[in-house]
Design a protein around this ligand. Sequence first.
Ligand SMILES: [Zn+2]
Length: 109
Amino acid sequence: MNYKDRTGETVAAADLLPCTVCGTPTAPDSLRYYGARCFPCFQAYTRTPPKTDPRMAGVIADAGEGPLAWARRIVLRVQRQVDPPSRGALATAREALEQHDRHRRQASE
Ligand SMILES: [Zn+2]
């Protein structure tokens, strides 16, 4: 069995890899192009609006405004377990907030 991929090239059945969503045998080039999905799954994915935790609105409101709002959001997301960010993101956020506090303390001395 041969399969034509999106470029029109014929791909041997043995070279096909399963789509990570539905398992349909798919040409490796297509998987690379569509984020490890077959084209129908890619289309479905792009039509689905990203899921947003309803508590995220509270996190955004409580983090407030200003240049460090992003860092306060990350810390709040961890505290409230709303879409927890990566460890790296948390470390960066904490560092930015600590640095800001240090500068503020030094300025008030
Ligand atoms: Zn699929």
